[in-house]
Design a protein around this ligand. Structure first.
Ligand SMILES: *[C@@H]1O[C@H](CO)[C@@H](O)[C@H](O)[C@H]1NC(C)=O
Ligand SMILES: *[C@@H]1O[C@H](CO)[C@@H](O)[C@H](O)[C@H]1NC(C)=O
Ligand SMILES: *[C@@H]1O[C@H](CO)[C@@H](O)[C@H](O)[C@H]1NC(C)=O
Ligand SMILES: *[C@@H]1O[C@H](CO)[C@@H](O)[C@H](O)[C@H]1NC(C)=O
Ligand SMILES: *[C@@H]1O[C@H](CO)[C@@H](O)[C@H](O)[C@H]1NC(C)=O
Length: 522
């Protein structure tokens, strides 16, 4: 834990106890207005936090959440040696994820190994010549194509058996969760928040992950952060110092000789995808306790989140944010992280609030968007809204009913921190949008004596537009798949374009013949 002055703590407590949005003399600051403007995005960030499926769809994370990994939690690591790492290293929450790194490989005639224990080999990437890096990345990406396409062409790697490490948290670990697919090494914006905000670096290549992690750890040490949670297929922790007393090495199990066959590699990778898919709806086992009341998001700020690639406008980017704007958000993360470790937090389960709203409306909106008859539409809308309506002989008070609808799932939750207020604004504005749309349709179809087919069609369009705005992941789930299949959403580095836009059940054979959604740079 970092030391800090009593003054600093007092200042933090003062800020945290005010009920208004954080005061700022600087015109650039977090505001309720920005939170309302980005309401559906804030709603989704809260709803998808630590959930593999929604975070894969909304892969450009713009938010930071202080979190705790409780003592007793098991974490996994694959390496080419049994040694407890002396440098930062990656830990996985799933056995299958780490198993894929418990082996090494190198090209047949090379002595330098491309160890798979980390993305960048045994040596920190900054020590590699550019040509080596290029070769490594080409090798890694082409190796996948070779496995799944037409073989290795006599250029099989030499496999080395590795070690499967098991660690256990021996105290609560203070971590910072970076949302979206922040471990996806791409040029699509998956790394914007960590690179541009936390590292103040706008020119890093996606694959420079060791430098990225080293930077994040240098920053982390100043703020009492033990590690950073990110997501690829599976959640991981960049753990900064294995000798900091937070982890016990429970085992380092040696693996036997590697069967480098196509079948073996596909099996291992598909099991990794399977394991990740078990976390579509949450990490499970209470393994990560997110402090929602300390969420910091670019969505709270009046920052330009335009994606320079116009075809990807639904994915926010930070390329147009200025240095001082990025620095302001970073400062905000630093203040809330410290405050969270101090124990200043609300007990409001904001994700639970979003879940209540999503479970009430997601299927009903799908149904509404597919409703054909006026009778069915009347039944559905009445059912959805009657609970908020107090009927008099001459109708009902529309405004009061809308307010009841909007406040229903937020009533009784009192924001404590300034960030609670910003999240509240995001959820409230989302609820307002839903309720206003539904009441508008209700007026058109239920309350309107001359409602006809075209009123139904208008209501259908309203439901479709609302769904386009809300973009809840529930609308992309596949339904039940066979036991040897997964509902396959594109998860870096796997997945085709169609797997991003409309995930479907895929098996080990069909899942991997498709690598084209993600784009890399470096
Ligand atoms: C590896 O070295 C052997 C012997 O020097 C050579 O015959 C073989 O072609 C080399 N393989 C590759 C892939 O370069
Ligand atoms: C950004 O990071 C890259 C390495 O990832 C480094 O080469 C470059 O100098 C950094 N730029 C700044 C402005 O720090
Ligand atoms: C964001 O910045 C780009 C590039 O300067 C500009 O074209 C765009 O209009 C800006 N968007 C907003 C919402 O300010
Ligand atoms: C923009 O995104 C599309 C995919 O949606 C991709 O095909 C295209 O190459 C991207 N353009 C640039 C300039 O990156
Ligand atoms: C996977 O699905 C494809 C197409 O549905 C099918 O042809 C193939 O046999 C399946 N493979 C396995 C391993 O089940």
């Amino acid at each position: 834990m970092v030391s800090r002055s009593v003054h600093a703590i007092a200042a933090l407590l003062l800020v945290s106890c005010s009920t208004a949005a954080p005061p700022s003399r600087d015109p650039f600051g977090p505001s309720l207005e920005s939170a309302r403007q980005n309401a559906p995005q804030i709603f989704n960030a809260i709803h998808n936090a630590m959930r593999q499926f929604g975070s894969s769809l909304h892969h450009n994370g713009m938010s930071f959440f202080p979190a705790t990994i409780p003592a007793g939690t098991m974490l996994y690591h694959g390496a080419t040696t049994p040694k407890i790492p002396d440098t930062l290293e990656w830990l996985a929450f799933e056995v299958e994820h780490a198993e894929n790194f418990a082996r090494g490989y190198r090209r047949p005639n090379q002595t330098r190994g491309f160890a798979q224990s980390q993305e960048n080999g045994q040596r920190p990437l900054q020590n590699w010549a550019h040509s080596e890096k290029e070769e490594y990345v080409t090798f890694r990406s082409s190796s996948m194509a070779h496995v799944f396409d037409d073989g290795w062409h006599g250029n099989e790697p030499a496999w080395e058996p590795g070690y499967f490490h098991i660690y256990q948290a021996v105290r609560p670990l203070n971590v910072l969760y970076l949302d979206g697919m922040a471990a996806g090494k791409t040029n699509m914006g998956t790394n914007d928040a960590e690179d541009f905000i936390l590292s103040s670096n706008k020119s890093r290549g996606g694959y420079e992950d060791y430098i990225r992690a080293a930077d994040l750890c240098t920053w982390s040490k100043q703020w009492g952060v033990d590690g950073l949670i990110r997501m690829e297929p599976g959640f991981e922790v960049i753990y900064c110092d294995f000798h900091d007393g937070g982890l016990l090495q429970v085992a380092a199990n040696r693996r036997g000789p590697i069967d480098g066959s196509k079948e073996y590699l596909i099996f291992k990778m598909f099991e990794w995808i399977q394991a990740a898919s078990k976390r579509y709806r949450g990490i499970g086992g209470n393994r990560v306790q997110v402090d929602y009341s300390s969420m910091v998001s670019a969505f709270f700020y009046p920052v330009n989140l335009t994606n320079p690639n116009a075809t990807r406008s639904e994915h926010p980017r930070l390329v147009f944010a200025t240095e001082s704007e990025l620095a302001a958000i970073k400062g905000h993360v630093e203040r809330t992280v410290i405050r969270s470790w101090e124990g200043v937090k609300s007990t409001v389960d904001w994700q639970g609030v979003t879940d209540m709203i999503v479970t009430r409306y997601s299927d009903r909106l799908s149904l509404m968007a597919a409703t054909k008859s006026i009778k069915d539409m009347k039944l559905l809308l009445s059912h959805l809204l009657d609970g908020y309506i107090h009927r008099q002989d001459d109708g009902f008070d529309l405004h009061a009913a809308q307010q009841r609808c909007r406040r229903h799932y937020l009533d009784g939750f009192a924001p404590v921190t300034p960030e609670d207020n910003l999240m509240h604004a995001g959820i409230d504005s989302t609820a307002k949008l839903i309720c206003e749309t539904l009441f508008e349709a209700h007026a058109l179809v239920v309350e309107n004596p001359s409602a006809d087919e075209s009123s139904v069609q208008t209501a259908v369009r309203m439901a479709q537009d609302l769904m386009d705005t809300l973009r809840w992941p529930e609308w992309k789930l596949c339904g039940a798949c066979q036991v040897d299949e997964v509902c396959f959403v594109a998860m870096w580095p796997f997945g085709n374009v169609e797997d991003h836009y409309s995930p479907s059940c895929q098996n080990a054979t069909t899942a991997f013949a498709r690598n084209s959604y993600w784009r890399y740079n470096w």
